[in-house]
Design a binder for this molecule. Structure first.
Ligand SMILES: Cc1ncc(COP(=O)(O)O)c(C=O)c1O
Length: 391
């Protein structure tokens, strides 16, 4: 907690909403402001020293972020967010769409990985199929019959933002690749908790937002495998990606930079690379696994609530509901006691619809959480239940 300015200013706060966004450690904020104070200029086209320093800062950050997931810098586009990347991919995937072509998603997708495909499906009369999520285990359900010769794209989340389940995607991605289907992975929830080696995953693209990895908003890492990168048109067109422009046409550059038209958010990229360094020094995994286990065991002892299943491997995110104490009332009660949790559908309405749940309470843990905080949360939860729950 001592490393986080916001938490130092609010010592009473228990922040259990890291799956939505993480608090930012001082070292990352420092890197962000240092960039503006010492190196800020626009990149790539500069004919002055400061511009060259900013370009170096951006490209050094890209190399670091690439290394984090086992990719090369030429495979990493830095974009604004996971949402922006998924919209761009849906619009620009090199597919000659024909009515009746299929896109395979899962019911655990965040809306960011549903709505762009729905829009595309309406434009081209495509069929969206959803792999169900097993309500007993929280794992990916049966998908073999849903992957058909018409499936042009599989786009799936690596971890649920509601249950925390880390999905075992490899067999699905392998089967899809084997039939020439484009495979995309939304790693927004997984990247902070699961080591990612893109070359071991059979994916053509993978994306995650750095604000869920203890960095600032405005930078997401979009890995694109070489064949897709070379075949796909830019998401945005404009300055910085042209070789030559005539009155009616433009010749664009090749390579990963074609996905970064316009002035990039260099400060956010620098902060993101610092966050990766910081995260790698923290060795948080054991701490978060233990805290999650403590929380899970305690919640499971409370007969008045039901914890959603989270599979064989999970991020430190746990959701629950109660038939007697409504999710929004629980969150409001906890908020009165300075405990920040989320209630609702968490931008993944399909999963809750599939399980016929209107809303759940989500607790998502991060670097700054402690066993004491979990105990305080449980005491507060029980006090709320005693007051409001049982009548
Ligand atoms: C699984 C998943 N995908 C996508 C997103 C969207 O990320 P962003 O808001 O950074 O674009 C989120 C954010 O909560 C998420 O949890």
């Amino acid at each position: 907690m001592s490393q986080f300015a916001l938490l130092r200013q609010h010592p009473e706060l228990i922040y259990f909403d890291s799956a939505a966004t993480c608090q930012v450690p001082d070292v990352v904020l420092q890197a962000y402001t240092d960039y503006y104070q010492q190196h800020h200029a626009n990149v790539h086209r500069a004919s002055h020293q400061l511009g060259r320093a900013a370009t170096t800062a951006l490209e050094t950050a890209r190399a670091k972020l690439a290394e984090f997931i086992g990719a090369s810098a030429e495979q990493i586009a830095l974009v604004a967010s996971t949402t922006a990347a998924l919209n761009g991919l849906a619009e620009q995937l090199p597919v000659q769409w024909q009515a009746g072509d299929e896109i395979l998603l899962s019911s655990a997708e965040h809306h960011a990985n549903i709505l762009p495909w729905q829009r595309l499906a309406k434009q081209h009369e495509l069929t969206l199929r959803y792999i169900p999520i097993d309500s007993e285990t929280g794992e990916l359900g049966e998908w073999r019959e849903l992957l058909t010769p018409r499936t042009r794209v599989v786009s799936v989340t690596a971890a649920s933002n509601i249950t925390g389940t880390v999905f075992h995607l490899q067999p699905l991605l392998q089967a899809a690749k084997a039939q020439g289907t484009w495979t995309l992975v939304d790693a927004a929830q997984a990247a902070a908790h699961v080591p990612i080696e893109v070359h071991q995953l059979e994916c053509d693209a993978l994306v995650f937002s750095m604000h869920k990895l203890y960095s600032v908003n405005g930078c997401a890492v979009l890995y694109i495998r070489d064949a897709l990168r070379d075949a796909m048109a830019p998401f945005l067109v404009g300055g910085g990606i042209v070789q030559r422009v005539s009155a009616t046409d433009a010749e664009l550059i090749d390579g990963i930079h074609k996905f970064e038209a316009g002035s990039p958010n260099t400060a956010a990229a620098v902060a993101a690379a610092t966050a990766v360094d910081w995260l790698q020094q923290q060795h948080l995994q054991r701490q978060l696994v233990n805290l999650r286990q403590q929380l899970l065991e305690q919640l499971q002892q409370r007969a008045w609530l039901t914890v959603l299943p989270s599979g064989a491997q999970a991020t430190p995110t746990i959701s629950f509901y109660s038939d007697e104490f409504q999710a929004f009332d629980i969150a409001a009660w906890l908020d009165q006691h300075h405990i920040a949790v989320r209630a609702g559908h968490h931008c993944a309405q399909l999963l809750l619809q599939q399980w016929q749940l209107p809303a759940v309470v989500r607790i998502s843990l991060g670097a700054y959480n402690t066993a004491d905080q979990i105990n305080r949360f449980l005491e507060t939860l029980d006090a709320g239940w005693a007051l409001f729950g049982s009548d």
